[in-house]
Every structure is written in structure tokens, then in C-alpha cells.
Design a protein around this ligand. Structure first.
Ligand code: SAM
Length: 227
């Protein structure tokens, strides 16, 4: 017997407030893929200060702290997600803020600026990338780990089940050319780009990651320096 399904569409912050308590325990193939990619992308990067845009429950900040990062800064639209991040680690410096706006932080402090599964909620990539460029220290990096453009163009987007409700929210399918144009407009360099397909995760691939087969795309990773 299948559960009755009720599709609801909520504003981003309201949707994530509702998702916040269960987010970290949710079996989400994109989150699992992004966790793996972050570990690979940041291995060997000497990271002092991190700023994550759309930091959610702070799971990435915690992983980067465990990997040796010193100061962990995050911003998010959703108070519920920020509450989880605060509860996870009181030392995180957190802002309830839209990543398209300027954060009240001095320029050039970040060794690493991270976007992870957050840019799909932003229509115009230029303002957050420009802010990332402002915050990035000379010699620093911007790391972007997002849903693969082939998947998002095919209609795959953030959503979750909550009881009988399947909750959807505003999302935007960004193409590779959108990322390249926005990075250039924000004064960031041509990125190193790696596409991650389900088969690339080896034994780390969960059943949900392999749902569309090993040759299906999951996430894209860009590692970017100053332009
Ligand atoms: C899929 S979650 C990812 C959270 C975290 N980066 C991770 O990898 O677990 C997307 C997050 O982006 C936040 N978000 C979406 N649009 C935002 C915006 N314009 N400014 C700040 N945060 C935003 C949401 O509230 C949510 O917490």
C-alpha cells in the first residue's frame, strides 16, 4: 500500500524551516554525494577561515572544522536550519542573511568560500559569487558543489517528504554556461571542474545515489581562484 501524497509548494525559508529538524537524518543522495565531494575537494587545502553561503545545519562547517579549519562562518535564510547549526557548534559565526546581499564581514578574510547544494535556490548567480569574491583572501578558493546541470535541466530539484506532504520550493536549473558567465562577471577565474557520476563514488555510493544507474550524473564541483 502506498502513502497518499499531497504536493505542497513553499517559499525557500519556510520549506527549510520545516525540513530543518529532519534534514541531517534524511536519506538524500545529493547530500551524501556532496559530503563525499567536499572531502575530496578540500583534502590538502590549507584552510584557516571558511565562509559557507547557505550553510544549513552546519554539517559542512563541522566537517571542515574537523579537518582543521579555524574560523567557521555561515549564512542562511532559514532560522530553523541556523538553529540546528547553532546547536551543533556554538563556535560557528552565523548570520541569518540572503546570500545575494553583502554580509557584515570584512573583505578578504576567507581561505575557502563554499556553496554546497544552495545555488539552485538562487536565480541570479552573480550577486552571491561577487560576494564570495569580496570575502576571498588572496590565494583563497571558492568551492562550488551543486546538483549536476543535466539533472536539474531534467527537472530534478530539492524536495522532501514530510508525512503525507511532498514539499517543493523555488529552484532554478543552472547550466554550465550560467556558472561560467557568472564566475567571469564576479571576477573569478575559469574553474577547475569535475563532474561526479554515481559510479564515481565506488563503495561510498548509497542505493539512492545509484537509483538511475552508475552512468547517471549527480553533482558538479568547481574549484575557483581569483580571476
Ligand atoms: C539543500 S540545503 C544545503 C545546506 C548545506 N549547504 C548542506 O550542504 O547541507 C540549502 C540551504 O540553502 C539555504 N538558502 C537557500 N537560498 C538561500 C539564500 N538566498 N540565502 C541564504 N541561504 C539560502 C536554505 O535555507 C538551505 O539551508
Amino acid at each position: 500500500m502506498t502513502m497518499a501524497e499531497n504536493s505542497v509548494f513553499l517559499p525557500v525559508a519556510v520549506a527549510y524551516d520545516r525540513w530543518s529538524r529532519g534534514y541531517d537524518a534524511y536519506d538524500n543522495p545529493m547530500v551524501a554525494a556532496a559530503r563525499h565531494v567536499l572531502g575530496v575537494a578540500c583534502a590538502g587545502l590549507a584552510v584557516g577561515t571558511v565562509v559557507e553561503f547557505g550553510c544549513g545545519t552546519g554539517r559542512n562547517l563541522a566537517a571542515l572544522k574537523a579537518a582543521g579549519a579555524g574560523e567557521l562562518i555561515g549564512c542562511d535564510l532559514s532560522e530553523g536550519m541556523l538553529e540546528q547549526a547553532r546547536a551543533r557548534d556554538a563556535s560557528f559565526r552565523l548570520f541569518k542573511a540572503d546570500m545575494a546581499a553583502q554580509l557584515p564581514i570584512e573583505s578578504g578574510i576567507a581561505d575557502l568560500v563554499l556553496f554546497c547544494l544552495a545555488l539552485e535556490h538562487v536565480g541570479d548567480l552573480v550577486p552571491p559569487l561577487r560576494e564570495a569574491r569580496r570575502l576571498m583572501r588572496s590565494g583563497g578558493r571558492v568551492v562550488i558543489i551543486e546538483i549536476h546541470p543535466f539533472l536539474s535541466s531534467g527537472g530534478v530539484a530539492a524536495h522532501f517528504r514530510d508525512g503525507e506532504d511532498v514539499v517543493h520550493m523555488p529552484t532554478f536549473a543552472h547550466r554550465f554556461s550560467d556558472y561560467l558567465a557568472a564566475l567571469a562577471a564576479a571576477g573569478l577565474a575559469l574553474p577547475a571542474c569535475r563532474e561526479w557520476y554515481a559510479g564515481d563514488f565506488g563503495v561510498s555510493a548509497s542505493a539512492k545515489m545509484l537509483k538511475r544507474g552508475p552512468d547517471s550524473p549527480l553533482v558538479v564541483e568547481f574549484v575557483v581562484g581569483a580571476g
